[in-house]
Design a protein around this ligand. Structure first.
Ligand code: DC
Length: 246
């Protein structure tokens, strides 16, 4: 079957990576976490312990080697050969990732890498600007969102499950600040693509969200004979599915 490209965008904590990973497993697709790439640049910048200037960020982004490897059911992140999978998930790195993501140079460099990663198809890529900027011709675009309260609660539960202390009000504030910065930056801000399907996951379980996306996928691309369709037929089906799901 002709392998497709799926773009998933949305604000922090909307469940993009959890859901995208599961959809990738079901479809036997490769999952690409572009946020991890911005986090990798941020981690390296912070690690230099120097005043953070655009020049420093550009220097780091120019030379950094970022590798995403899917091993043992998780995406492992390597920076210059060192595994940093856990280190890029701290609140400090989350904030710094949103900061470095404002740099035009960083965005250009990472966009180029992301486009290369998607060339073979069979890819589900999540981020903030995938449907609008990185892969504007993606075959299926999903914009995942949820209320700030729900996103903060999910993050809080996740942290507590891992044994960390977490305060829901602080998390909600961080999420709002990051959303604002990601939506208001000049270059490739977080925005729903015109042709993306909006999925508000407030009150939905992970399985329900995954199933909704798989339903969009199969209704759009698979006919009863397993044939893959696209273009106007896909648009017509999508219209029906959108009305059926919501
Ligand atoms: O999805 P995440 O929380 O891991 O992303 C971390 C930050 O990286 C996010 O605040 C904004 C930035 N980012 C971006 O600007 N563009 C992307 N495609 C992915 C992430």
């Amino acid at each position: 079957m002709n392998k497709k490209i799926i773009a998933v965008d949305g604000p922090a904590g909307a469940g993009k990576s959890t859901v995208s990973k599961l959809v990738a497993q079901k479809l036997n697709y490769t999952y690409i976490d572009t946020g991890a790439m911005y986090r990798a640049v941020a981690l390296k910048v912070i690690g230099l312990n120097k005043p953070v200037t655009e020049e420093l960020i550009v220097d780091v982004a120019r030379d950094i080697d970022i590798d995403l490897r899917y091993e043992d059911g998780i995406t492992k992140v390597f920076v210059d050969g060192e595994e940093v999978t856990g280190k890029i998930r701290t609140p400090e790195v989350s904030k710094a990732a949103s900061d470095v993501a404002k740099s035009g140079f960083v965005r250009e460099r990472l966009t180029e890498l992301q486009r290369k990663m998607a060339t073979r198809g069979g890819v589900i890529m999540d981020g903030r600007d995938i449907g609008t900027h990185v892969l504007p011709n993606a075959d299926l675009k999903i914009y995942l969102t949820a209320s700030v309260e729900e996103r903060a609660k999910r993050r809080c539960d996740e942290l507590k499950a891992k044994g960390f202390e977490a305060n829901i009000e602080d998390i909600a504030k961080d999420i709002q600040a990051r959303d604002k910065q990601d939506m208001e930056r000049e270059i490739a801000p977080l925005k729903q693509a015109e042709d993306a399907i909006l999925l508000d996951t407030t009150g939905m379980s992970i399985d329900e969200v995954v199933n909704a996306i798989l339903k969009f996928y199969s209704k759009i691309f698979e006919t009863s004979t397993g044939e893959v369709v696209g273009g106007m037929i896909a648009d017509a089906i999508l219209d029906t599915v959108t009305r059926a799901v919501f």
